[in-house]
Write a protein that binds this ligand. Structure first.
Ligand SMILES: [Fe+2]
Length: 431
């Protein structure tokens, strides 16, 4: 191939996703879905919070009615760690399950991906972890069937090939990224999200928003170096197909994010958010995310005392969606020159009036639109409000520089000085 094309650039993009079943009530069909996939003895993986809501019990009942010998694991850790992954893998090992159902947010789905991987192809955790923290070895073959039922409209983990965790001893978030990790089926049922309290709606909603924005502005696939087929990354850069999914996700978020946060029982808004999460998951699952996600890992990993409203009160935590949105306005002010028309288009899709913008307004329109959404939905005023200060800038930037897999998707070359500037500009969003 290379001898026919006289450029070092990539010329090929890929588009892969999980099969999707979408709609109110889709959860009630999961027994049929498992049977169709040949599963007879599944493990349902969820967390204590979903046990308390009764949703996990309802899914157990659906599995029993389909004559499936299902077991339940309800000890998923919110924001999984190397320790919690080891615990679930140990539980699964030797118990003879032939498939998995993950019920929950990204934490449950990622934990199920990990349990499936480490019990199908046992290895040291670091073997599969992304470089440079791990060795980034490929997943050797197909995994057992996994059906993902998201209960938040957020991570898009049900459609992606990525599983994320905290490495406790290193205070860093990283993950495993391989196409074989993709669930076999995503069952997206907006009714599963109606009881989420406001901030458990808002934070995941902003995760969706940054997935769509980062992918939509990422470095184009054909402005990156050529890859051999076996070395082409999961995140190939923005391309005509990922753009379609991201634009639609932004449109749905623009009209429904505020509504879903302010009135959780608004089914139309919940449906829009669930679709947006899925669409953005497909978009970023192929194009990739960049600076806000790279910075979000150390921001979340270095949490001190922040306890988010509407989350369990017993542990300090910066939810993923909050950590990504915190640096998004400053990031998109900085990436603006790489594609002004995309930044303006994104703001327009989110609801901004973009007619007759001056040059100065054009650069500000996307950050301003984000800040308006953030203020209306109760997002804290910058990294300072999460407990960070000037003394933390260096360690946050050092942590982000370890996420080279994400930073290669940034549309501008990015090193420590640029990241420092973005972090400093994100300490306080409004006066
Ligand atoms: Fe995310």
């Amino acid at each position: 191939m290379a001898e026919f094309l006289d450029v070092p650039n990539e010329t090929i993009f890929t588009m892969e996703t999980t099969p999707l079943k979408f709609g109110p009530g889709a959860t009630s069909e999961v027994g049929d879905d498992l049977q169709r996939l040949g599963v007879r003895r599944p493990l349902l993986i969820t967390d204590r919070g979903l046990m308390r809501t009764g949703l996990a019990d309802r899914v157990c009942r659906v599995l029993r009615e389909a004559d499936l010998a299902a077991d339940l694991y309800d000890e998923v850790h919110v924001e999984p760690t190397d320790v919690s992954w080891e615990a679930i893998s140990e539980y699964v090992q030797g118990r003879d399950y032939d498939g998995f159902v993950a019920l929950g947010g990204g934490s449950a789905i990622d934990s199920a991906k990990a349990a499936n991987l480490f019990t199908t192809y046992p290895a040291q955790l670091t073997d599969y972890l992304n470089k440079p923290i791990g060795q980034g070895l490929p997943v050797p073959g197909p995994l057992k069937p996994l059906i993902a039922i998201p209960t938040t409209a957020g991570t898009g983990s049900e459609t992606t090939a990525v599983a994320v965790l905290d490495i406790l001893s290193l205070h860093v978030k990283t993950g495993i990224s391989h196409r074989n990790l993709r669930p076999s089926l995503a069952v997206v049922d907006p009714l599963n999200t109606v009881t989420l309290p406001p901030m458990a709606t808002a934070y995941p909603g902003f995760d969706v928003l940054t997935h769509a924005l980062e992918s939509f502005t990422s470095r184009p696939y054909d402005a990156r170096p050529r890859h051999r087929p076996d070395e082409r990354p999961v995140y190939v850069g923005r391309n005509p197909v990922s753009d379609l999914w991201c634009e639609k996700a932004l449109e749905y978020l623009g009209r429904s994010l505020r509504r879903a946060v302010l009135n959780g029982y608004d089914i139309a808004a919940r449906t829009d958010l669930a679709l947006a999460a899925t669409y953005a998951g497909i978009g970023f699952g192929n194009a990739g995310v960049h600076v806000p996600h790279a910075l979000a890992y150390p921001i979340a990993g270095q949490v001190r005392a922040f306890v988010p409203p509407d989350y369990p009160p017993d542990q300090p935590l910066i939810p993923h969606g909050l950590s990504v949105i915190s640096t998004a306005p400053a990031t998109f002010r900085w990436t603006f020159p790489t594609s002004p028309e995309r930044h303006i288009r994104a703001a327009q899709l989110l609801g901004a009036n973009v007619s007759s913008l001056t040059d100065a307004d054009a650069r500000e329109v996307l950050p301003r639109t984000l800040l308006s959404l953030m203020r209306d939905t109760g997002i804290p005023n910058g990294l300072g409000a999460l407990g960070f200060g000037e003394a933390d800038v260096r360690s946050i930037v050092d942590g982000a520089l370890k996420q080279q897999r994400l930073l290669v998707c940034c549309p501008r070359d990015v090193e420590a000085p640029q990241l420092e500037e973005i972090v400093r500009a994100s300490m306080e969003h409004w006066a």
